[in-house]
Design a protein around this ligand. Sequence first.
Ligand code: F6P
Length: 365
Amino acid sequence: MSGFKLKRNRIGVLTSGGDCAGLNAAIRAITYRAIQKHGLSVVGILASTAGLLERPVRFRELTLDNVTSDYLRLGGTVLETVNKGNPFEFPMPDGTIKDRSAEAIEGFQALDLDALIGIGGDGSARILARLAKAGEIPFIGVPKTIDNDLAETDFAIGYMSAVEVAVDAADRLQPTAASHRRTMILEVMGRDVGWIALASGLASGADVVLIPEIPFEMEKVCAHLRARHARGQNHAMVVCSEGVRLASGETVSQAYADGEVRYGGVSAAIADIIAKETGAETRVTVLGHVQRGGSPCAFDRILATSLGTHAVDILVQGKTDRFVVWQSGKVTDVALDAVAGKTRGLKLDGQMVQAARRVGICFGD
Ligand code: F6P
């Protein structure tokens, strides 16, 4: 679908998937641009597709009175979000799976909107793209995820703020590691990619960084730490991504009461091996959702403003099925299919991996 025209001058926006810092900054940018430049009205759909499945549909009008510049600073998402309950495979209370996509589309139609802007990651983009296609809803995606693993965009909203949190944590761990001659293992989020681990390890001067993109051997990690000890440096910092695989090829995850399986805890196994093999006293910090909350860093505010305003502009130009992206310092847009359901890990010959190797960071490979 392309070349559509806004008829009602009314667009919807929602946030979908795990939250992160910078979502409200994007909501502000979309609202300001849509109203001030294009004279549109903006409806915030609450709780993503879950809001579209409720009756009445949950939404709030976004206006210049209720969306203020405080949104730039505000963590979380005022529109709420969900990262489960795919309407195409909706888990019903009786344990069955039902396709509720038609209900979600009806919910959207009930709002009498021309088009939808969805702020989400790869999984949300896939679901929203499918929903938009099925419902013939003009759709533009805006990238967000602390994992920074969305294809086509150098940066997704929320990533840099998560890195700032991880760097702050590492900076706080460094002196206590030195005081006690300990090896600290800092486990950061990033599901199946190492963007947060590597950026925070580079910025905080970690000795070892373990990421899913680079298979590692604990013996090499321990040899690196023993060499460091032999030079008289009796403390060390290891940053690892929650999704790294152990020598057995296993990741470490837990099944929770809600049936979901989530990563977390691999650092304990790593700490154990380091303690046994190097004699170092080890301690573990698992940062978890601290990385998702809080006020966005300046870069995320700028990114969210740039991407959000561009999303509105291309919608008004009649573009649809596009994803707005940040490439080499510029905002542009690409086909939705190039992003939806795709992931992007760190490149082994990329800038950050190379910089880390140049300063002697050990990847255990
Ligand atoms: O994808 C973002 C992310 O924060 C991952 O880094 C993490 O593994 C996951 O979401 C946590 O999800 P939940 O909020 O459901 O625990």
